[in-house]
Design a protein around this ligand. Structure first.
Ligand SMILES: CC(C)(COP(=O)(O)OP(=O)(O)OC[C@H]1O[C@@H](n2cnc3c(N)ncnc32)[C@H](O)[C@@H]1OP(=O)(O)O)[C@@H](O)C(=O)NCCC(=O)NCCS
Length: 191
């Protein structure tokens, strides 16, 4: 088992497929199953209603989450959850970046933790595991879209820690809670 992952630069992301763990707290990352989805939905919901971290304005319902899990599984793309002391505290998945065929080797990552689980390395463990799974799936490029919102303050340092580089800023592309919101695009090339 790997311990808390160290920063990974491009081309350094090969490692075992077994569940990964942090040393402290004991967090474990594993593939999501349908029974995790009510917790996954509950983790995202306050970010939808209270922040502009996500541009969703309505929290996805359970059928939507179930379909997402089925769709990603069918494409061989990862949907992972992190557990601390047996409870799911976060999730991450990689979804197609765009639908057109030539984008087939490019994904967008998504990662959310319950607030109480933040700042303790769990996000790093999840992202490391996600990048490893993406590499195994044959993904070549991973894009992160980070909204300019205080609740997303951890996202830029997290992604940079794993070798993501800023590709650009899209100004005011979202409007949420009456405020125009910009996004930063980051990109990581996999080996
Ligand atoms: C972004 C998120 C997944 C990071 O997970 P985490 O477990 O908190 O991050 P880690 O503890 O592994 O820390 C990773 C890096 O981010 C930094 N970081 C974490 N939270 C931070 C915060 N609130 N402000 C500034 N930096 C922060 C850490 O210091 C660390 O940086 P380092 O490598 O330079 O030491 C988590 O904070 C989260 O769920 N945030 C809200 C949802 C969100 O923004 N999702 C991303 C959408 S693109």
């Amino acid at each position: 088992m790997p311990s808390l992952p160290s920063p990974a630069g491009p081309g350094s992301s090969s490692s075992p497929a077994s569940p990964a763990q942090t040393p402290e707290p004991r967090a474990l990352v594993r593939p999501a199953v349908a029974a995790d989805l009510p917790t996954v939905a509950a983790i995202l919901e306050p970010y939808v209603t209270g922040t502009a971290v996500t541009f969703d304005e309505q929290a996805p319902d359970l059928p939507t989450w179930r379909q997402r899990l089925v769709d990603l599984d069918a494409r061989g793309l990862p949907f992972l959850v992190a557990e601390v002391e047996g409870a799911v505290v976060g999730y991450a998945y990689a979804a197609p970046w765009r639908a057109k065929a030539a984008y087939r080797y490019t994904v967008e990552d998504t990662i959310y933790l319950a607030p109480a689980a933040q700042g303790r390395g769990v996000g790093s463990l999840l992202l490391a595991s996600l990048l490893e799974a993406c590499t195994r799936a044959g993904v070549r490029q991973v894009v992160a879209v980070v909204a300019d919102d205080p609740a997303a303050a951890g996202s830029l340092p997290l992604h940079r820690r794993f070798g993501f580089e800023t590709a650009g800023v899209l100004r005011d592309v979202g409007v949420k809670h009456g405020r125009a919101v910009s996004t930063t695009l980051l990109q990581r090339t996999l080996a």
